[in-house]
Design a protein around this ligand. Sequence first.
Ligand code: SF4
Length: 699
Amino acid sequence: KQQEVQSEKVYDTQCPYCSMQCKMQLIEQSIVSRKKYTTVGKDNPTSEGRLCIKGMNAHQHTFHQDRIKYPLLKVNGEFVRISWQEALDHIKKQFTEIQAVDGQDAVSVYGSASITNEEAYLLGKFARVALKTRYIDYNGRLCMSAAATAANQTFGLDRGLTNALTEVPFTRVIILAGTNIAECQPTIMPYFEKAKENGAFIIAIDPRETATTQIADLHLKVKPGMDAALANGLLKVIIEENLLDEQFIKKRATGFEEVREYVTSLSLHDLSDLTGVPIEQIKTAAIKFASEESGMLFTARGVEQQIDGTAAVRNLLNILISTGKIGKPYSGYGAITGQGNGQGAREHGQKADQLPGYRLIDNEQHRAYIAKVWGVDKDELPGKGVSAFEMLKKIDEGEITGMFLMCSNPVVSNPNANFVKAALKKLKFLVAVDLFVSETAKLADLILPTSSYLEDEGTMTNLEGRVTLREASRPCPGEVKHDWQIICEIAKVLGKEEYFPYTKAEDIFDELRIASRGGKADYYGITYDRIRKEEGILWPCPEVDHKGTTRLFEESFSHPDGKAKMIAVKSIPDVPKEKPNEEFPLYLTTGRVMSHYLTGVQTRKSAALAARNFESYLEIHPETARKYGIDHNKLVTITSKRGSIVVRSKWSEKIRQDTVFVPFHWADSQNVNKLVAEELDPSCKMPGFKLSTVNVTPV
Ligand code: SF4
């Protein structure tokens, strides 16, 4: 029976999940004794009004009964409600004592790429000015740091996409390397589908057949971890077939001769063996990409989450430069960011080596500029810290004994998760800021409740580098505070109130604009008013009358000489990767499913999303499954050198026979990161999530 709608409220908002940051409206209707929620997409230049299943159901976690609504202190192993003042006094006492006894750097900060630009900026300032610790890093280190480092090394600048997404439909050839956009950023897909309709040739590089590889004209089913070698094969064909853009290389790049000398010394036959990709396929992909007038290359975690991820991305960028496919219409590079603010959160000081605007903490001029903006002495700013996983190691070693953790779940997201949990238990004091009592928050001494996407206001920078504004559309429930308010209140009890005088998110953004001015990620010309009027602005935007930058590198790259830097990349890196052996005969690779986000803290609370994927699984080829006695849809124990998990089997002919796949959104006995090795990429400190070796046995 149709019931009468008694009242209706519309929340204008933005999806809290992936880097598309789709605009949407949540419509709340009161009907007798219940509320009905409907989410609809809102037109905008990036997602054009589209939404995926995650965005449509995001409100379910916001309204979930398990939301933390007041501070919780662990007393005798149980969390008890306390007041904010008690929580703040407790933090002051604990952090002050720890720093007095164990040293200034003994308190660390672990941030997130799901928070706003304002909060990411403020967290960096909080670590350096209020806590005066060198140890700050964030979960983005585990996400796209390899692509960021590779872009910085090659181009001198890291912005997710070098071109606006609107150029994609008009390009002639596309390489999608290690990216499953159809599941991870579903609303981006129509750009690629339009390109295909317009005649583009699409090449996918992935060990698995996925919803994304289905749109490809050619799927290179590479062995896990062999992307750098595959890029060498492609480069070799391009060079030998005389398909180079010699003029572009000469004018715009350095280092090409070294690349030429190295790749021509390789055998295509050996590269085919190494990568598992037939020679004919390598040739077709290389000739097709190099022959077309325009082309775009996209990478994501499949290539990047490797211990040679930086090198592998650099080698793919070598292809782009060799063929002159960057800095011109419909040609360019994109690292498809995973987290909602994966781009903005990596620009303004949350990283161990970084100050706002992509400035560097060990550069004297950069330190002086930021110290002036913050009103502190540059010599008082701490030095460079270490990466996220290395901070966890320092906890294990006893050098770090306190941690302020904001909106992150390292127990589930880091490699060798059993080690991480044991390390975090050693902390003298752990404060976790979160929406829910996550697996990591459970280990905390104190949990502080934070606002959700419907309540918090601030800017996010999407995968294009477009700065967007998410307005607050609902008051915080209970005693919940925004992340930036929490940071300011802790700074106040630590006696640093004068440096944190903000009354709203826009005040922080206005300071960020100045702090980023003249830096590589220059936001100075972007204001809240402009974002509202212009529906987002792509940085760099150095002046308020600058229209933003939709295409990078048209005239020059961002190195001092204006040239892109090419280097020869070894097919097999010096850092040893795990190889299948008798005990652990299979490659394990990990990834996402469409209905979940990161470690699932929010999406596992959504009934609609959890119903689609309520548990993890093992994707295994039927031939492999038979070999190891694994039936379809049965529980399987997966074991690596570091631990074991139990998940249900899913037979699939879409995966290589030497490889199994497990998604990473689940915790405890289903947490696949318990199996993953902790070795890090030497350049960017990314763990090798995409390659471990395991065995599988039926339960
Ligand atoms: Fe859009 Fe990503 Fe949210 Fe899906 S998860 S609605 S693609 S922002």
